[in-house]
Write a protein that binds this ligand. Sequence first.
Ligand code: SF4
Length: 356
Amino acid sequence: MSNWFRRRATKLIRVGNISIGGGSPIVIQSMTNTDTHDLQSTLEQIKRLQEVGCEIVRISLPDIECAKLVRRIKESVTVPIVGDVHFDHRIAIEAIKNGVDKIRINPGNIGSEAKIREIVTVANEYGVPIRVGANSGSLPKDLTSLPRAQALAEAALREVRTLEKFGFENIVVSVKSSDVLETIEANRYIAKYIDYPLHVGVTEAGTLYNSLIKSSMAVGVLILEGLVDTLRISISGDPVNEVIAAKKLLTFLGMRKGVDVIACPTCARSVFDVEKVALEVEKILSNVEEDIKISVLGCIVNGIGEGKNADLGIAGTNDGVVLFYKGEIVGTYKLEEGLGKLKELTRTIVQEKLKN
Ligand code: SF4
């Protein structure tokens, strides 16, 4: 894993058994999209998220009933749970008393400072951190004359100062825009004024393609600038995709162990269905969190070089495929035999990595 860039120095904030900031590895978050009242569906989704590598799960708490369900959720899962609360401070307080690990509030819609103080008092008592921040969809009116990135950061700073006024510093901050450049600029701006960890993401990033591109650009740039302490890649649809995307982003930036399946786009030279084989290899490796590089190339034009640089490689030849294992040619095979051997060796690599 690479460590060639410097992470911003931040406070360390504990969310259940996970640490955010203070030099901790970047934490992957996602959020359920079930009705929290439907305990069974919500628990199932939290468990699916945890299984694919989600380290903190946020749930919506629209009412007191949901806040009370936090206790039952906490009894059933080990991943830290963040309660997302708007408008009603009593929900936040109830969630904290029922064991939530972090609260996400927007002080602007909670109402009076007295209500915020009530939340802060209970959060302090239970050692529960609070995430505050601003989204491009909910900027205070008096800031709208500023450039939007600055307005976002100033709005979030205002919320931070409100909590600090009550002596509360157990804070995580987010400034999220649905625009890539605004997200980057807003995070750069706020990072100059606070040392709380930053929760970074593009808000309402859209469906799979849109989100993957927007999030990779915005979050990727900010990761490389050392500003990201925890991230969510927001994607419309199954939140499991958010976690898979976040893991891949961190892996491809050298921030954590993971699998890289290199595959060519294919052309007239390709002698087999590269996409199908690459997808099968990805599936075999889907739960592996080890540094493994596998190359799947349709012919030998680039296939030999890539194969030699990978843990395992396959490339098409005139009459079949050639396989590489740890930089050496294993042999040439007829297509079907070669594909079978590739899958066998993929499983062997997984076993080896898991043993070490
Ligand atoms: Fe075409 Fe071969 Fe390049 Fe794949 S590796 S795109 S098959 S030239």
